[in-house]
Design a protein around this ligand. Structure first.
Ligand code: HEM
Length: 845
């Protein structure tokens, strides 16, 4: 990838800004897709004087994490930036120190006691009590709106601290905290603020890691304070364990009055192997950080998706009730650890799909310990090994791997747990590594999955419905990154302004209300297309976050400071390219590309068949009441004929579908080469079952920017040439005298040229000459240059021309389709997915 920005810091700045905008994971995908292409999965990225590699190729990831892991380790900058907060432990060490740590803690995770469901149940009850305490249920049975995520963070902190130290931090119910024993000379630990210190310390660590070479620029006061508080907390328990020795557990049991069951406490077990207080502090803090936030974030995401996917919620709830019966607060003894996995078949698909859509750890990394190779990324097709010098850092964007369409299918952006059940259950490899893989694979995976499944079961037993109601209202919080990814807030608190001069069907507004209950929707009928109608009041723009329009914008971008994305109602964007809100802001713009496919392809085929069946001739005769079979012996039909589609977008793809159904052969021309099946996909919007999303209709693909490339396509024996390319500086007069000659050199005058793009793409004067000379058989023009075509223009009287006044895109179903695109985008936006038909601002379409 090329260097960017001042002194090469452009990418670093972009990525920091994206992270701040809760779109860090998406930034990596977008940068790779737009700058390299969807088929390229490994790249070198220069940042100032530093180079790193980024790869979303599972083969490379497998090599680094598993098969060639001896050549790789986590980066020093990662381990060293974490150490001040958590010390040297399994998470924060490399080489021999890591091996030692892993050998120390690993056996603990193989034990069944770590999956202590009684402990989890106690904390689930505290979670429910916290909900009941703070939120009175209405007559209709609903609690008021509240944010579940902080409750999950409290619960995870409480469970993990109890599992690790034997005493819960009690953050869910500070008033109900159990008394801690007294250690003479030592203050009791600050349980109230431990979560805050961990969060704030982690934020400092993350900035240090990102600015590693320049970390000395960062102030250290806050970090030092958080580190001291976190250390003090852990040291207190370590001291207690060392003082109590082997009586640690029995004392806890007698304090809590629960001696019925042998407890499991990680600190107690580790202290049987080492008595080094610093080691005990560091190893337990390492597990605390690894185990707390990740699981809390996962639970947040699971409920985030469940609240938006009623069908998934209902299916999971039905299976839960079938297996474990309805909720009984005082008894959960029938929920066994093994059954959690096996009794609810839909559970694992839901958890996996959540981790796929929102990998809790979206970015991992490794550094080469010696000169080595990665198996893929080199050579012309990117499938040959690449050399990686010692010391080179390689980023592994987990999120980018789970958003690869070629690996997951075209519905990659859709939350659909069923994908994990299809074909006898999806097996996954290194394209799905939410828990890492190979040598340093997560030790707590099973514990995390058990905990999440248990919480889900109890939740679904107790609650029969859930609606998403997260705030803050003014932020499009999506992937909120604090090393792990917290879920965002969807479209609640958002205001959608539909500023178009047409009636919106009530059924559409109702369905939006059902799917996005917290979205405020305002329809403002501006009276006419463009900006000339009734303007939307200046002061009302300030809360608008989503806009649907043709060209009605606030007078200045500053009037709409919260605007996040604009859904255009037109398929093209030329009319807004100079608007300050488009040019000078980061607001995303999406077109209504795809709305035109059906009607324009029908126009193309209609006019083409008119030529083949001499239709204008017979219509003229009808007007004169003339029964004349005249041309019946020159009438042709289509099977076996060839259509060449110049610009294989939404319209071209639907035309290809119809032409194929008529028995024609399709040749496609695109600017960039499409050598692989993946590269032929088109992820822009198309009505269900139409178009050619997979790119399977063309039998031949042509590409290239040069005139020679274009001529190769034009000389491929075309009976019909469909001009369907956008108008840009490069496509002005793209089809002129030389191109008509090229068509004629093989077609011998049999080609019909159909222009449904823009008039200036075809040189009008040279088209008239080509028709006059018989270089082409005819021209069907829905667009002309100039437009409107003035009276007396020679094109009106040129023979073999069908002209319509730029109407091929009209259809009574246009608005219905445009609104369908808006709805798709609302759904994607609320789930942090990629917007469909998003305009690349630099390209302008
Ligand atoms: C949804 C929950 C979790 C996720 C997504 C997750 C994810 C991960 C990932 C991606 C790694 C690998 C890091 C790397 O390759 O450098 C990892 C390592 C680790 N995880 Fe988890 N984790 C979760 C829960 C837990 C829990 C609950 C525990 C413990 C109670 C835990 C303990 C660890 C440890 C100790 C390591 C370090 C392994 C090593 O470097 O040898 N994790 N985790």
């Amino acid at each position: 990838m090329p260097t960017k920005g001042l002194f090469g810091f452009g990418r670093l700045i972009e990525s920091v800004l994206a992270t701040q905008a809760d779109a860090g994971p998406q930034y990596v995908v977008e940068a790779m897709d737009t700058e390299m292409g969807k088929d390229i999965h490994t790249a070198e990225v220069p940042i100032s004087d530093y180079r790193l590699i980024v790869t979303r190729d599972p083969a490379n990831v497998q090599a680094m994490l598993a098969t060639q892991s001896v050549d790789w380790d986590v980066g020093e900058h990662r381990t060293d930036s974490w150490k001040p907060l958590f010390g040297v432990g399994v998470f924060t060490s490399r080489g021999e120190a890591w091996k030692h740590s892993r050998a120390l803690v690993r056996p603990q995770f193989a034990r069944d006691q770590i999956n202590d469901l009684d402990l989890i149940e106690r904390h689930v009850q505290q979670l429910f009590s916290a909900i009941d305490r703070s939120h009175q249920v209405s007559k209709e049975g609903w609690t008021p709106e509240f944010d579940l995520q902080p409750l999950f963070y409290n619960m995870a902190l409480d469970i993990t601290t109890e599992l690790i130290y034997g005493y819960s931090a009690g953050s869910q119910d500070p008033n109900g905290r159990a008394e801690l024993p007294v250690i003479p000379g030592y203050d009791t630990p600050d349980r109230q603020n431990i979560g805050m210190h961990m969060d704030a310390g982690k934020a400092c660590v993350e900035t240090r890691g990102a600015l590693w070479k320049y970390r000395w620029l960062l102030p250290t006061k806050a970090l030092n304070a958080h580190c001291a508080a976190v250390h003090k907390y852990s040291e207190w328990f370590v001291r207690l364990r060392l003082q109590r020795g082997d009586n640690y557990l029995s004392k806890i049991e007698s304090e809590s009055g629960d001696v019925s069951k042998k407890r499991y406490v990680l600190l107690d077990e580790l202290a049987k192997v080492t008595q080094d207080p610093v080691e005990l502090r560091s190893q337990t803090l390492n597990i605390l950080t690894a185990g707390r936030d990740t699981t809390a974030a996962l639970m947040g995401w699971i409920f985030y998706f469940l609240s938006r996917h009623k069908d998934v919620f209902d299916k999971l709830r039905e299976q839960t009730l079938n297996s474990f019966g309805p909720y009984v607060a005082s008894d959960a003894s029938n929920i066994e650890f093994k059954e959690l996995r096996d009794a609810i078949p839909y559970m694992t698909p839901v958890i996996n799909e959540t981790l796929r859509m929102a990998p809790v750890i979206p970015l991992n990394e490794r550094v080469a310990l010696r000169d080595t190779v990665l198996p893929r990324g080199g050579g012309y097709h990117g499938d040959e090994p690449i050399f990686v010098p010692k010391g080179r850092q390689v980023l592994i964007p987990t999120y980018a791997m789970t958003r690869r369409q070629d690996l997951w299918g075209r519905d990659v952006d859709v939350f659909r747990p069923e994908r994990w059940e299809e074909d006898g259950g999806r097996k996954f490899g290194f394209e799905f590594i939410p828990f890492g893989g190979g040598a340093r694979q997560c030790l707590g995976q099973q514990f995390a999955r058990t905990k999440a499944a248990y919480v889900i079961v109890r939740f679904l037993q107790k609650y029969d419905k859930i609606e998403c109601t997260q705030v803050p209202p003014d932020a499009p919080l999506r992937f909120h990154h604090t090393i792990e990814n917290r879920s965002g807030s969807g479209v609640q608190g958002h205001k959608l302004l539909i500023a178009i001069p047409m009636n919106i069907p009530p059924s559409f507004l109702e369905s939006v209300k059902t799917e996005f209950p917290n979205l405020e929707v305002v329809h403002h009928d501006i009276g006419s297309w463009g900006q000339t109608g009734v303007p939307y009041p200046d002061e009302e723009w300030k809360d608008v976050t989503i806009l649907m329009t043709f060209g009605a914008f606030p007078k200045t971008p500053e009037l709409a400071p919260k605007l996040q994305f604009v859904q255009l109602i037109s398929a093209g964007a030329n009319h807004i390219l100079e608007q300050p809100i488009f040019k000078d802001t980061k607001v995303d713009f999406c077109t209504a590309n795809g709305v035109h496919g059906p009607q324009i392809s029908e126009w193309v085929i209609l006019t083409y068949l008119s030529f083949l069946h001499s239709f204008p001739y017979y219509l003229d005769n009808q007007r004169q009441a003339k029964w004349d079979r005249g041309k019946h012996n020159v009438i042709e039909d289509s099977p076996g004929k060839t259509v060449g589609i110049l610009g294989y977008g939404a319209i071209g793809r639907q035309t290809a579908r119809v032409a194929t159904a008529m028995g024609m052969t399709v040749h496609a021309y695109t600017l960039h080469p499409r050598p692989t099946p993946e590269s032929r996909h088109d992820d822009s919007w198309a009505p269900a079952g139409l178009g050619d999303p997979e790119g399977t209709f063309p039998t031949k693909w042509f590409s290239g920017p040069s005139q020679e490339d274009l001529h190769t396509f034009l000389k491929s024996g075309l009976d019909l040439l469909v001009v369907a390319t956008p108008l840009t500086d490069n496509t002005k007069s793209l089809i002129g005298a030389a191109e008509f000659e090229a068509l004629a050199s093989v077609g011998k005058g049999r080609t019909i040229v159909s222009n449904i793009a823009r008039g200036p793409v075809v040189n009008t004067g040279e088209l008239i000459q080509a028709l006059d000379k018989g270089l082409i058989r005819g021209a069907a023009l829905d667009v002309t240059d100039p437009e409107p075509l003035p009276d007396g223009h020679p094109l009106w009287s040129t023979k073999n021309v069908i002209i319509t006044p730029h109407v091929s895109g009209a259809s009574t179903r246009y608005n219905e389709r445009a609104l369908a695109i808006l709805k798709v985008n609302l759904g994607r936006y609320s789930e942090g997915g990629r917007l469909v038909n998003k305009i690349k601002k630099k390209r302008g379409y």
